[in-house]
Unconditional design. Structure first.
Length: 631
């Protein structure tokens, strides 16, 4: 494919990536003279209507999104059974490559990356699009550190049915959510779960759930409690630890409900790592009792053969379809057997513990521990043979005092069904530090103020170099500590002040002189057209300018010009030499009065030419060709 020309404009230069469905090439767009990335559907899927539709869906999904943190889609095409998408070319690495190189990222670096991913997801969700395959492999990092989310190949509109209706589980095993593993309802909280897994991996150097097969990983997402990231990396702040655990809650209602919510908390932690991250809860969350679900059988049923193929190939294995079914089924069955043995062992150990069985049985009444110190409340609860679990939130009560309890005091509970009491402990009055709102969009800035319990004060507008609609000044300054209900004044940028200039007269000026005149007038030289002439006295003289002189235009406006080029030779149109034999290429070159320079064996087929077919060149021009064996 190297050297091939798609759509008569995209020249494939080098292969830069490959996924399960497609290959990605760096290419040059000869029409706009820029580098692009071209994703090409693999040959084996070109005749598969489902895969082609899925491929086109990626272009449709991403093309509707316009955001600095989302890879832009420029074009889509099909040519000679080649289906391709033309995208923004990113000169950088995938986030997965960076994690593999650095092992563990510094938490402040991870927060900066997560903020940009969250902004991309917020844009997608606001446009009713769920990504459904958020993972480090689909996140590109430019040399300047800008994050670009890509690969919306399995994205789904939230306005359509978001329950997986087929037998396929869609996503990547290490990063997908419990609801994806079950093949059930997915929404924006599904992407938030995947983002939480990514942050977990960035700050710990490993994914929270890993196993030998994708099915086993899926079961862990559903069944196993996660090891808090702070236990693996004690250097991360408690606020970030709480944020990650909230993002990867197994129950969707316990997670962040919107990308904007996790984005606000990430910004808080960026400003102040010691900030308190509130974990919402209600009594129903703690007293809900549900019958266990045979998830291992459910997951085994949900995996289709195609998904097994993709996952097993990701693990580096090449196994026949029949064998894969046996392996997946066997692993699921083995998991059930192991769980049974472990359960039996635990029960037997409990019976051997003197008095423990008695302590775990019976009904008790929850005592009133409101206004108790955390230590006193803990003793009271543990004396009843119950576990004492706490979270904290700000309040008017003194720090360390219990302000809420679930179940509430007076509730009778059966210790065989529920063995823990959850209490919320006061962290004292909330003290907010004014967030840094510089260069943040005005509407987003208002959201931050609300999250910090601050009021929007006076709003004014002025010209600045900050992008229009973003905050360019604030008062009080960022970092100022205040209580609740304080106001922050904002100055919103009107963008750079627009200045106007007059277009100079370029006609009959030498090309170099005309270019200099445009520069001095603070205008840009646009497209340049060369006009052949046999009059040597006109060589280099400008004959046409696209904007009439003395016209008033904005600074940096582009002016297109045409100028004469003297030549005693004629112009010819470059023919297409690709897929021709070297002998045929020589005949064509002679016919067009062109010279060719062939790199490669004369017995091979031409696969590359350095001049674009259809382009006008002077007679006698040399075309560089490359020949390779006929595939």
């Amino acid at each position: 494919m190297i050297g091939a020309m798609l759509g008569n404009r995209y020249e494939l230069l080098e292969k830069i990536g490959e996924g399960g469905m497609a290959e990605v090439y760096k290419a040059k767009c000869h029409l706009l003279n820029r580098f692009v990335a071209v994703k090409i559907l693999k040959n084996q899927y070109s005749d598969n209507v489902e895969f082609v539709d899925k491929f086109k869906q990626e272009a449709a999904s991403a093309a509707s999104l316009s955001h600095n943190n989302i890879v832009g889609i420029y074009d889509i095409g099909s040519e000679n059974s080649i289906n391709y998408i033309v995208m923004e070319y990113i000169d950088g690495k995938t986030l997965k490559q960076i994690i593999n190189e650095q092992k563990v990222l510094k938490y402040n670096e991870a927060i900066m990356i997560a903020i940009q991913i969250a902004k991309a997801l917020e844009c997608a969700h606001n446009n009713n699009i769920i990504h459904r395959d958020v993972k480090p492999h689909n996140i590109l990092v430019t040399r300047e550190g800008i994050i670009k989310v890509t690969d919306f190949g399995i994205a789904k509109a939230t306005s359509s049915v978001t329950i997986t209706n087929s037998d396929r589980i869609i996503g990547s095993a290490h990063y997908f959510s419990p609801e994806q593993a079950k093949g059930s309802f997915v929404d924006c909280k599904t992407d938030i779960y995947s983002l939480g897994i990514i942050i977990y991996e960035m700050v710990t150097g490993r994914v929270p759930y890993d196993a030998e097969s994708p099915v086993s990983v899926a079961l862990k997402h559903i069944q196993e409690p996660v090891i808090p990231p702070k236990e693996i990396n004690p250097d991360i702040p408690e606020s970030l630890n709480t944020l990650i655990l909230k993002a990867i809650e197994k129950e969707q209602y316990k997670r962040y409900q919107k990308a904007q919510d996790i984005l606000l908390d990430l910004e808080k932690i960026k400003q102040n790592p010691d900030v308190e991250i509130v974990v919402d809860g209600s009594e129903n969350e703690y007293t809900r009792i549900m019958k266990p679900i045979n998830e291992s059988a459910e997951i085994n049923d949900k995996f289709s053969q195609d998904e097994e193929d993709e996952y097993l190939e990701d693990e580096g294995m090449k196994i026949s379809g029949k064998t894969k079914k046996i392996i997946v089924g066997s692993l699921a069955a083995l998991a059930i057997v192991i769980i049974g043995f472990v359960s039996a062992f635990v029960v037997s150990q409990k019976k051997l513990s003197t008095g423990s069985e008695v302590a775990k049985k019976g009904k008790v009444t929850v005592p009133n521990i409101i206004d108790f110190s955390k230590e006193k409340a803990q003793k009271e609860i543990e004396a009843l043979g119950l576990r004492f679990v706490t979270t904290s939130e700000s309040s008017d009560k003194p720090k360390g005092v219990v302000i809420k309890c679930y179940p509430v005091a007076g509730t009778e509970i059966d210790k065989s069904e529920q063995d823990e009491i959850r209490a919320i402990v006061s962290s004292g009055p909330r003290v907010s530090a004014i967030p840094n709102l510089f260069e943040i969009e005005f509407e987003e800035a208002k959201g931050y103020l609300k999250a910090y319990n601050l009021n929007l004060g006076k709003v004014s507008h002025e010209y600045s170099n900050v992008e229009k609609g973003r905050v360019c000044k604030q008062s009080p300054e960022a970092g100022t500590e205040v209580g609740n209900d304080n106001s922050v004044d904002l100055v919103v940028s009107k963008g750079p002040e627009v200045k106007y200039v007059k277009v100079p007269n370029l006609i009959n000026k030498n090309f170099d002189e005309a270019a200099d005149m445009l520069d001095r007038a603070k205008l840009k030289l646009g497209s340049v057209t060369k006009i052949k002439t046999s009059d040597e006295s006109l060589d280099g003289i400008v004959s046409v300018q696209s904007i009439k002189h003395n016209s008033t235009v904005k600074e940096n406006t582009s002016v297109n010009i045409s100028y004469y080029v003297y030549s005693d030779k004629g112009f010819v149109i470059v023919p297409n030499f690709v897929n021709k034999t070297v002998e045929e290429a020589k005949k064509i070159a002679k016919e067009y009065n062109l010279n060719i320079n062939v790199k490669g064996n004369d017995d091979f087929i031409i696969t590359y030419q350095d001049k674009v077919p259809g382009k006008e060149v002077l007679e006698g021009t040399t075309i560089n060709l490359k020949s390779e064996p006929n595939p």
